[in-house]
Design a protein around this ligand. Structure first.
Ligand code: CA
Length: 683
């Protein structure tokens, strides 16, 4: 399959999954249970044929470099022979020398070169059943030449930017304190209006003092000014689809992994020199940290861009991937293969790769693409080990797959199993689609665009899918029960890189509404996200009404669709300030960042007997400057009267900023809520 079909089918299959999961889950579970019982009682439970492969437990796979010697080690238990090929350059034919490798313990092959190999390049070949593989990098490769074709020998400490030893991540007290900003490296700066010099590069996100034509901050300064706690970067490891020698020729999001432990070369100022992308990535992390912003990486361990020809599969055919009953590559990712996290050497690879990004690049969190492909045991192992070295690391993922997997649902890291995951959150499609309508039915509306009957989905979202006695789960759009054991397990959002952005979704689903009214809908939608419990997540540009011109799946659309047009900040300045204020309110008041399911159950009280399309609730907490908040959400096109008692201060009134708190008192009696609006009172 070509890249386009792969990703498109991945998207399409996600839609099918979302719909069918609810319909067929019960039936699937019964069938699965019957299957397992049959297998158990007939004694025919099949053992994984790869389970007899030796497991190498050392942490020195790949290259161990010093000026005196370079030790190369790969794991290839079925190989009859292996060789290292050294080059002077990352491309081109100048082969320097071929070095045979020696079989070592537990399936490894090793060789040592006793001259300084710094800035040299290398590949491997293995011979399996008399057939030599292509020249490949090894999965553990940490530096490469252009397009990731050859490994690069690098003196890693020499890639550290000035003062890297003093680089410190901002401290996150609790996962629910996070406000995450999802951003594509190229999108951030490639538009002319960014005023950024290093357009489309890691270095573009290190620049300060950058301005749009109206003189407003862009890039790093803007992200700081917006007030988010973390930036979440779309795939920034080495991916396959963009030609690093000509990065302007073709765009891609980057969900097609090539070398997991190497930064993407098209974002570097020089993709040929293996050290440059490493140094520039670190400079970017350092620049965010200097502004008090954490850096999260989007990681895609669920599949590889190549299948038969991937480095994993050429080194150890079949081992790193799941197979279906006929022995073919199974495809829960709809991208041609799915990795096998339950097999020890892939589990080890994932863990070591993630530890490496934290230790070498000071990464503060990971977002796992199609996390539902991975098994719970692996994810909990990873979480445990990462939390050991970084107690406030933020881990979350997509709790679904894009197709069926041979691994049983019961052991996979899907949303339904969220409560079994330790220290890992999942995205809530319940609140996402509750707010704006199904991402798969374009005409569908949500609470914020006037659809009736979405109140329970919104309440479930407000309570971060933690158990709450006032939520009627039968009426929640997808999940018919509370799936989170803690608000730290729930990512609350209504827009991300996938599917239509909010502006476009509203333009399609609420086309009868005026642009002014749709703006109020978008204000309401983001108000719900940023006042709901759980981990807050917004998509870059939503704070000034970014559009992708109606393109639903822009994974390979040109810059004209994907680039962030920083002029929008001037066009929608009041809107932007509103979102900025919502973030400030959230970060200032712990009531919007409750830490436990009990605190949510006890602290949140929904008001009853309200009109359809209206949700009003109170948060009563101890220890906050304001002991009580009243959040009023009107998802209808009408002005709605609600009762008030006592005096309240007004933080927000009808999607307008009143922060810091004015001494406006809300008199007793009736209060009117504007159409499609959020009002927040406090006392
Ligand atoms: Ca690449």
């Amino acid at each position: 399959m070509n890249g386009k079909r792969k990703i498109l089918s991945r998207y399409a299959d996600k839609s099918i999954i979302t719909f069918t999961v609810n319909l067929f889950n019960s039936m699937k579970r019964i069938l699965l249970l019957m299957f397992i019982l049959t297998q158990l009682f007939s004694g025919k439970a099949q053992k994984d044929p790869f389970s007899k492969y030796p497991v190498y437990s050392g942490n020195d796979l790949g290259i161990t470099y010093s000026p005196q010697r370079s030790v190369f080690k790969i794991w290839a238990p079925t190989a009859r022979a292996a060789e290292l090929r050294l080059y002077h350059t990352g491309t081109g034919p100048q082969l320097a020398v071929i070095v045979p490798m020696v079989k070592s313990k537990n399936g490894t092959w090793v060789t040592t070169v006793f001259t300084d190999q710094n800035n040299k390049f290398y590949t491997f070949r293995v011979n399996i059943n008399g057939v030599w593989s292509d020249e490949i990098t090894d999965p553990y490769v940490k530096a490469t030449g252009v397009n990731g074709k050859r490994g690069a020998v690098i003196d890693h400490p020499a890639t550290n930017p000035v003062n890297w030893e003093n680089d410190r991540s901002p401290v996150l007290q609790h996962p629910t304190d996070a406000v995450i900003y999802e951003l594509h490296v190229r999108d951030a700066s490639i538009h002319e209006s960014s005023g950024i010099k290093h357009k489309g590069k890691f270095l573009g996100l290190t620049e300060t003092g950058t301005r749009n034509p109206a003189g407003q901050s862009t890039g790093l300064d803007h992200i700081k000014e917006l007030g988010v706690t973390h930036v979440h970067l779309l795939p920034s490891f080495d991916y396959n689809s963009v030609d690093e020698s000509n990065p302007d020729a073709k765009y891609n999001w980057g969900y097609d992994p090539l070398n997991y432990n190497v930064p993407e070369g098209s974002y570097a100022t020089n993709p040929y020199d293996g050290a440059v992308r490493i140094k520039e990535f670190k400079q970017m992390v350092q620049a965010f940290h200097q502004q008090g912003i954490g850096v999260i990486m989007d990681v895609v361990y669920n599949h590889t861009a190549l299948t038969e020809k991937s480095n994993f599969n050429q080194l150890v055919p079949g081992y790193y991937y799941r197979q279906d009953k006929t022995g073919k590559f199974s495809n829960a990712t709809a991208c041609g293969n799915e990795t096998a996290s339950e097999r020890p050497m892939f589990r080890k690879f994932m863990l070591e790769s993630l530890l490496y990004w934290v230790k070498e690049y000071h990464i503060d969190g990971f977002r796992f693409d199609l996390m539902g492909v991975h098994d719970i045991e692996t994810m909990n192992l990873i979480s445990g080990e990462l939390h050991k070295i970084k107690p406030d690391i933020l881990l979350y993922g997509e709790g679904w797959t894009a197709g069926v997997s041979p691994l049983p649902d019961a052991v996979r890291a899907i949303k339904a199993n969220a409560s079994k995951l330790k220290g890992i959150a999942v995205f809530s499609d319940d609140i996402r689609d509750g707010i704006k309508g199904s991402v798969f039915e374009h005409a569908d509306k949500g609470f914020a665009s006037g659809k009736k009957g979405m109140e329970q989905s919104i309440k479930s979202g407000i309570t971060a899918s933690c158990p709450h006695p006032q939520v009627d789960y039968e009426k929640v759009n997808y999940s018919k029960s509370a799936w989170a054991a803690s608000p730290a397990q729930t990512v609350s959002y209504c827009e991300c890189h996938d599917n239509h952005v909010l502006v476009d979704k509203l333009a399609i689903s609420a086309k009868e509404a005026s642009p002014e009214q749709r703006e109020q809908m978008q204000r309401l939608a983001l108000s719900i996200v940023l006042t709901s419990q759980g981990i807050s997540f917004i998509h870059a540009g939503t704070e000034f009404m970014r559009s992708k011109k109606g393109v639903e799946n822009s994974y390979e659309s040109p810059d004209s669709i994907n680039a962030i047009d920083w002029r929008l900040k001037a066009d929608h300045l009041d809107f932007y300030k509103y979102i900025q204020s919502l973030i400030a309110i959230r970060r200032f008041h712990a009531a919007f960042r409750l830490q436990t399911a009990d605190a949510i159950k006890e602290g949140i009280r929904f008001e009853e007997n309200l009109p359809e399309g209206v949700v009003v609730y109170r948060i009563i907490t101890k220890g906050d400057g304001h002991s009580s908040f009243r959040v009023c959400l009107n998802g209808t096109a009408d002005i709605v009267d609600i009762q008030t008692e006592g005096n309240w201060n007004t933080l927000l009134r009808d999607n307008r900023v009143l922060f810091p708190y004015p001494e406006i008192k809300q008199p007793e009696g009736k209060m009117q809520l504007a159409p499609f609006s959020c009002t927040i009172l406090s006392r």
